[in-house]
Design a protein around this ligand. Sequence first.
Ligand code: ATP
Ligand code: MG
Length: 438
Amino acid sequence: MASKTPSAVRGTLDVLPKDSYKWQYVERVLMETASLFGFSEIRVPVFENTDLFQRSVGDTTDVVNKEMYTFEDKGGRSITLRPEGTAGTVRSFLEHGLYNEALPVKACYVLSCYRYEKPQAGRLREFHQFGVECFGAPSPVADAEVIAIPYLAFERLGIKNIQLKLNSIGCPECRAKYLEALREFFSSKKDELCETCNERLIKNPMRILDCKSPVCSKIAEDAPKMLDFLCDDCKEHFETLKSLLDAQNIPYVIDPTIVRGLDYYTRTVFEFVSTDIGSQGTVCGGGRYDGLVSQMGGPYTPSLGFAMGLERLIMVMESQGCEFEPDEPIGIYIAPMGQAASVKALKLCFDLRQEGFSAITDTVGRGLKAQMKYADKIGAKFVLVLGDDELEKGVASLKNMKNGEQTEFDLNNGVQSFYDAFMASAYAEMENSVEKGI
Ligand code: ATP
Ligand code: MG
């Protein structure tokens, strides 16, 4: 080889053609689940003006302080690759005046995110999130529905052992008293806290509860709990939410240490955590952000959402042996022998494709034996061998690869011939599964 082959940027992953069915299946189930709750897809840009993230995600967070991919474009603007989906969605909600529409506005997405983190299992620099945002829904019924989306999605994907952790971090009023209490508590343990937590103590002491260092999290165990500081309204919201989760038979545990990594949350915060994939076990996190839309210059719009890490989700599914619905198998492989047959095969394939059947022919110049091997490898349901003889007679033999049955194939009426064989085989398979009681 002449020169060194290129390699991927650290912390990024490829999804290869042989594995993409897993991603497509997972994304399909997730988006379909969201649509059962009335959510529709939103697509926002990969990059935004940097200050969007500074203002929304918050400049006391790790995401903004340490992890953003920020660069100057050729016009001298500061641009950032999105580290999450909420900020862009809120911007779009405002920019397009969606607050004038019938509320709530319900948006869902699958998008790539970029964070400059130390790559390890379940932690990448480019990763993917499925998420929803629900704008203009103050009722705890909205919280109970938004939490039910990942719960139902996990159920539909066959995922087990995933725990819902729930907390309330109150509103700015009741939280102010709590922050005071936290500051007092952590000030006496200042010397033991990590350097970052000493900064957090000044800027936003609640962040200390989210610290990954074992020393800090041990100290945090005895810290005052936000739940003891909730005002009456926040308390009522939380109690109602719990009863609405009970009503849907969605189990949860209250975890006062859940504060979430982003600044904009109010009241409800939650995470779905798996114990099957090691320390990066938080598959999904979300909560209410009642103040964010107005903080970004819009009308007061109580809102909420969540984001789910797809790499982590797929890791959990693989570790639990969950099944991924495979791609539809290839309908037919047409094996030509000779120049004229090759032209006929190409034409037949195209006719079939026009009718929505997948059809493959030789593009390599393989001999018949090698073609049969290849047809088997790609899992073609039917194989048709075309030689001069067949062309002359206008008839070939169509082989069902599953049961070996051969049927006559009329080359002058190829689409109809294939349709008949395809339907007959689909019908036989259906009868078979009814007999087996599947
Ligand atoms: P963590 O505490 O693990 O760093 P986070 O609080 O930063 O997570 P969020 O910003 O809430 O994560 O993002 C929602 C979800 O996105 C996470 O629960 C996780 O599944 C996924 N996620 C976040 N960062 C990464 C990453 N660097 N690589 C892969 N997935 C990630
Ligand atoms: Mg993080």
